[in-house]
Design a protein around this ligand. Structure first.
Ligand code: 8X3
Length: 236
């Protein structure tokens, strides 16, 4: 029987690569994001391989998250896999220079957003007695770096939430996988530096950065492991 995955932030980077990798292994897709044109384009492309549908919402808006997920038609409601991928870094500055709007965006998106989507999906998983949640953390959640206090704090929160989810949900047959990537060459730095392409490109100079598909392959590995195996935590 095919499985259904709901992926947040599916229109770019690791989310998009994960959607493509899931399509390759026959997992049906609920593609979620904030850009309908990109969602439609990806949905049409991947519908050659699996069933796809899209949901447009901002993870930071609980009412919108809840409304969108509860609006899913019945044959899409039994989500087997939730990939909490949506999240971003905003700014890179010493704590005394931090921008409050950047802090809010990171805490609201990376922490509250992950919680809001999880809140909308987990009760169904508990009722069905099965499911798999994959939370995209970061090496920033393992080790704080200079000028990154708030981004790192948001990812440390993801680490704690992954641990807490695993403690609470294992007894309900739900696996929780926390994945902590290092530097992945995506739109991540472009967003962090507010569209400054030169500054973003410099982040990936002088070494061979990870690709979004490297992380997507790890997600596929985790969700395709036998039922007796839970990949709890992967640092890549
Ligand atoms: C992305 C990895 O090192 O740029 O979360 O913070 S890093």
């Amino acid at each position: 029987m095919s499985r259904i995955a709901l992926i947040t932030g599916a229109t770019s980077g690791i989310g998009k690569a994960t959607a493509e990798a899931f399509a390759n292994v026959g997992i049906d897709l609920i593609l979620c994001g904030r850009r309908q044109d990109r969602l439609n384009e990806l949905s049409v492309k991947l519908s050659q391989y699996v069933k796809t549908t899209t949901l447009l919402f901002d993870v930071r808006d609980y009412a919108a998250v809840s409304k969108a997920i509860s609006s899913l038609p019945e044959d899409w409601q039994a989500v087997d896999i939730l990939v909490n991928n949506a999240g971003n870094a905003h700014g890179l500055s010493a704590i005394q220079d931090g921008d409050v709007a950047d802090w809010d965006a990171m805490i609201d998106g990376n922490v509250q957003g992950l919680l809001y989507v999880s809140k909308a999906v987990i009760p169904g998983m508990v009722a069905r007695g099965r499911g798999h949640i994959v939370n995209l953390s970061s090496v920033a959640g393992k080790q704080t770096y200079a000028n990154g206090a708030v981004y790192c704090a948001s990812k440390k929160a993801v680490e704690a939430i992954s641990e807490g989810m695993r403690l609470d949900l294992t007894q309900h047959g739900i696996k929780v996988t926390n994945i902590a990537p290092g530097a992945v060459e995506t739109e991540f730095s472009l967003v962090r530096f507010k569209g400054d392409e030169n500054r973003a490109a410099k982040v990936y100079e002088g070494f061979d950065p990870l690709l979004a598909e490297d992380i997507a392959n790890a997600v596929v590995y985790a969700v395709n492991a036998p039922s007796r195996v839970t990949i709890a935590d992967l640092t890549i």
